[in-house]
Structures are given as structure tokens and as C-alpha cells.
Ligand binder design. Sequence first.
Ligand SMILES: Cc1cc2nc3c(=O)[nH]c(=O)nc-3n(C[C@H](O)[C@H](O)[C@H](O)COP(=O)(O)OP(=O)(O)OC[C@H]3O[C@@H](n4cnc5c(N)ncnc54)[C@H](O)[C@@H]3O)c2cc1C
Length: 403
Amino acid sequence: MKALIIGAGIGGLCLAQLLKKNGINVQIFERDSSPSERMQGYRLHLDADGISALQESLPNELFQLFEATSTNPLPYTTILDTGLKLNKRFPIDSYSKTEHHVESGVAKHLNVNRSTMREILLMDLDDVCNYGAKLESYKTDLNGVTAYFEDGRAIEGDLLIGADGTGSAVRKQRAPEANFMDSGARAIYGRIKTDQARKVLPDLCMADVFTAVSDVRKLILGVGPVIFPVRPEAAAQSLGINKSLSPQDDYLGCIVSGRKEFFGSTDQEIRKKTSDELQQLAVDLLSDWPSNAAAVPAAGEKDSFFYIEMTSSIPFTLQSHPNVTLLGDAIHTMTPSLGRGANVALRDAAILGKELIKVFRGEKKLAASLKEYEAEITAYGFDVVRKSAEKGTKLLGQDPLPC
Ligand SMILES: Cc1cc2nc3c(=O)[nH]c(=O)nc-3n(C[C@H](O)[C@H](O)[C@H](O)COP(=O)(O)OP(=O)(O)OC[C@H]3O[C@@H](n4cnc5c(N)ncnc54)[C@H](O)[C@@H]3O)c2cc1C
């Protein structure tokens, strides 16, 4: 069995690791020219979905490296008032709607540095990953799939997995009936070194999973720490593993988020802004709060700021297909109000991987496996999309999902 994965994001890489570990022939195709071509974001909060999926998928030493480089935050989402004084502290599982993890006894929370996690996910996949490979379309029949790339290549496989994110080319062909919506919410995202953050934020912000401050307009300042127990550059050696990771400093991810109307210009105009200009816009947005909240983005690292336009999928019924499927944001993009998109993408990867192992061992037919996988991930994934939208509407002024 030969699996073709489109997209070397978090979900696609996790699936590739699980398939490779089980001896399944897999190739992954990514449109970026290299893993470092573009800024991918900073802190990610991982819950039991994501952590368990990584444990199942990664070879043992890579999972050890992942754990060693992950922050163990206090399991709270904390709300401050606009004077930056403590208002409420919610247990993260009730805030993020992961109470079922607590009930099943597997509640876990880590804050991870996205680029460090991706470096780990990419380890030992040199023979599997193809960069500079943008999928344009595919052709399928009962015998298999041919994927066509922008550079003219045509690659054949037994099945195709669209792990190609919100704008998924695979989904556009596989499920043209799927609808995605502009959520109306926007954000400026950057990072602050912890020594600078300590000067402008209460200590709690260095400890809890995420801390948010919101005003009456639902304009939000949010911060989340990444404080490495062992610096990535030293982690492998400390575990006796013969690998290396890029050096990283401790920091807080910093997000200023709200309705697009607050940002004062069109998306097209804001996309052209430099990091310095976006940082200044974030400072201006917070300038009339009673505290010195504007000092928070002002303390951010130069060149770290970028603009995010938040999208949500609209839940729909996915018709089954014998050899093409979807995974992660490609099928169920959600706004980051619960911090669960990457977790659900990783969960999808582990579920699909386990199904494909059964097919590889001759225990199940491919079409039956894909049907079962899709039933499970659309039920769970779209439930999280709905819950993320509800929270996003309440807190961020996100447009509600259509009924
Ligand atoms: C500000 C922000 C904060 C977030 N915080 C959290 C958090 O704390 N916790 C959490 O769980 N989630 C979080 N998320 C959500 C999370 O980032 C996504 O859900 C996750 O990255 C989805 O993974 P994926 O593998 O499905 O897609 P992606 O990571 O988007 O990967 C898709 C890949 O496919 C590639 N690709 C696209 N088109 C093609 C093509 N035609 N051919 C080849 N390759 C292609 C892309 O270049 C990309 O590398 C956050 C999101 C945002 C915006």
C-alpha cells in the first residue's frame, strides 16, 4: 500500500511518522520550498488528544524529545480585567470543553513551541518528505489515485490524504459542497521574551496555559508561555539521543484579537504591513485601556508580528470515497478560541494511521476503513468546530455559524 499525503503540517507529519513506523510506504508532498520558508506561529497548547496522538505515532525517542522540550503549565485559563488584575481562573478542561478527558482520566496539558514540535515531527522523514510540491488536482479510480503537481509531476498511489489545511486543494475536489466562512475575527500575533514580559505582566501569565484580558468591545489581549524545561539545543544530548534541534529562548506568545472592523483597514492593506507596523497597530488598539496593556505588545520581539484572518468550516455531511480522504484543518478548520485545532488534527492522524495499519495487515478493506475514520472525525471535529464558534462568538465577536 502506498499512501500519498498532501501537506507537511502538524497532522500530515504525524500521520507520516505513524505509517513509517509501521513499515507502510508513505510519501508526503508540501508546497513550501522548505520547512523554514514561512513563519508558522509560536506557542501551541496541546491537550490529551494531541499528546496521546503524538505518543502513539512518534518513535519512542522522538516522543521523549517532544516531552523534554514542552512546557508544563498550570492547567488554567486565566482572565484578567483591563487593569491587568486577576478576575477569574478557569480549570483549562472546563474552559476548552475537554471535560471528557478528565472523565476518562487522561487530562494532560502542555504548551509547546510550534517550530520545535515541527522539527521533531520532521525527524527521520528525509526519505518521505518532498518540498516544493504543490498539489493542483488528482485523478482517482478503484485501482488507485494519481496526484498532479504544479511542477508537472504526476505521482501514483493507492490512497491520497488531504492534510493541506484550510485552503485544501484536495477538499475542493473531494468535497466541493463544503463551505468555509470568514469568522469576522482577526488577530495580530507576536512573541515577547520572558525577561521583557516579566516587566509588564503579572507573574501568573508565566505559569498558566493561557491568560486573556478582554474589554467590553470583545477586544482581547492574550498571552501564553513557552518556558523550556530543557533548551531544545541541549535536549537531545541530555537524553542521549543523537539528534539536534534549533536553539530557542523562553517567550510568551502574544495575541491581540477582535472584530476585523477594529483594525481600521482592509485585509488587503493590513497584509502589506511590516512586523513593526503590525506591532504598532496592536499597541494602538490597546492604548485606551486603563492599565499599561499597550506596553505588552510594545515589549514584543522585533520582526515577530504577523496578521491572522480567522476562518471556520461550516459542518456538513462528508460523502464517503474509496481512496481519497481529508484530515485536520482541511476538513474541520476552527477558530482558535478553544485552542484545539492542532489537537484535533493530531487525533485525526492517529485514528487514520491505526485504520491504515489494519488495511496494511489485511485485516480490513481500505474503503471500509476510510468510511469508519471519516464518520468518527467528522462527528468529533465538527462538534469542536461548533464549540469553538460558540466561544468565539461570546469572547471574540466571531460571526456565529449559520444554523
Ligand atoms: C493564532 C492561532 C493559534 C492557534 N493555537 C492553537 C493551539 O494553541 N492549540 C491548537 O490545538 N490549535 C491551535 N491553532 C490551530 C492550529 O494551528 C491548526 O488547527 C493546525 O495547524 C492544523 O494542522 P493541519 O496539519 O491540519 O494543517 P496545517 O498545519 O495548516 O498544514 C497544512 C500544510 O499543507 C500545506 N499545503 C497547503 N496546500 C497545499 C497544496 N496544494 N499542496 C501541497 N501542500 C499544501 C501547507 O503549506 C501546510 O504546510 C491555532 C491557530 C491559530 C491561527
